[in-house]
Design a protein around this ligand. Structure first.
Ligand SMILES: Nc1ncnc2c1ncn2[C@@H]1O[C@H](COP(=O)(O)OP(=O)(O)OP(=O)(O)O)[C@@H](O)[C@H]1O
Ligand SMILES: [Mg+2]
Length: 237
């Protein structure tokens, strides 16, 4: 998805997420090699969104994927994702997908010592799409805001050097501008918010692009649904 001027200068390269109609709201996808934060409460769709991004990369764009998690269990995740027709086991057997269970302490160590296991996996499997699900437990390792911010910046720098397009997920029970600016006050290329509010006796789902650098994006909040094909966004709602 390269867009080139006549002087062959690459002006923008987009990495489609595969989330229906979402890509059209962000000029075709995430910027290549960007770090993107997906924020939402429990059950808001963070993991499904992140895996859909990886799955699209593997099956449509021949981009290998690494999923690093502190919380999800492999067998359970593979089983859950099969309900969308996403066979992660098969992709793992084809060396296109790597599942890595990691502790927040290991990530902390990685920042001090350099790449470690993650870097060697990225090189060995030629990983182009990366997910860390979630960074909440990692940031909890740091007690004061400054240390948290420094660690987050160090993590983003490491990810940038890996040459991957990344999604980091973050747990935030009550999304409002104030809590975001205090707890997720760091330098990512984009912030996507997933809402799952209760209205009377039912819960609805919605998505908002809070920021995306270098992108003319929509400022609206859109309805989101999860069905047998994964996540999709209803245009115009
Ligand atoms: N096959 C499916 N069809 C429709 N909806 C589904 C399906 N599978 C899961 N869901 C919905 O998606 C929700 C889980 O989404 P997901 O695991 O991505 O949330 P999450 O934000 O990662 O949550 P957590 O913070 O607990 O990790 C379920 O609670 C359910 O409402
Ligand atoms: Mg999850």
């Amino acid at each position: 998805m390269k867009t080139q001027t006549s002087s062959k200068k690459v002006i923008s390269e987009r990495v489609p997420t595969g989330v229906k109609t979402f890509d059209s709201l962000i000029e075709g996808g995430f910027k290549r090699n960007s770090v993107n934060l997906v924020v939402g409460g429990p059950g808001s769709g963070k993991t499904i969104f992140a895996i859909q991004f990886l799955y699209t990369g593997m099956v449509k764009y021949n981009e290998n994927a690494l999923y690093v998690t502190f919380e999800e269990k492999k067998e359970k995740l593979y089983d859950d994702m099969l309900s969308f027709g996403w066979d992660l086991k098969k992709l793992e057997n084809q060396n296109k997908f790597v599942f890595l269970e990691y502790t927040p302490e290991q990530v902390k160590k990685l920042l001090v010592e350099g790449g470690g296991i993650v870097e060697s996996i990225i090189e060995k499997y030629k990983i182009k799409r990366l997910v860390i699900d979630s960074i909440t437990s990692f940031s909890l390792l740091y007690s004061d805001e400054l240390a948290k911010k420094e660690a987050s910046l160090a993590l983003f720098e490491v990810i940038n050097n890996w040459g991957c397009t990344a999604i980091l997920t973050a747990q935030e029970n009550k999304i409002d501008e104030r809590s975001l600016s205090s707890s997720i006050d760091f330098e990512v290329d984009s912030i996507i918010l997933l809402y799952h509010p209760r209205v009377d006796h039912t819960r609805s789902r919605a998505i908002e692009i809070l920021k995306m650098r270098g992108t003319k994006h929509s400022g609206r909040i859109y309805s989101l649904s999860i069905d047998k094909n994964g996540i999709s966004i209803k245009p115009g709602h």
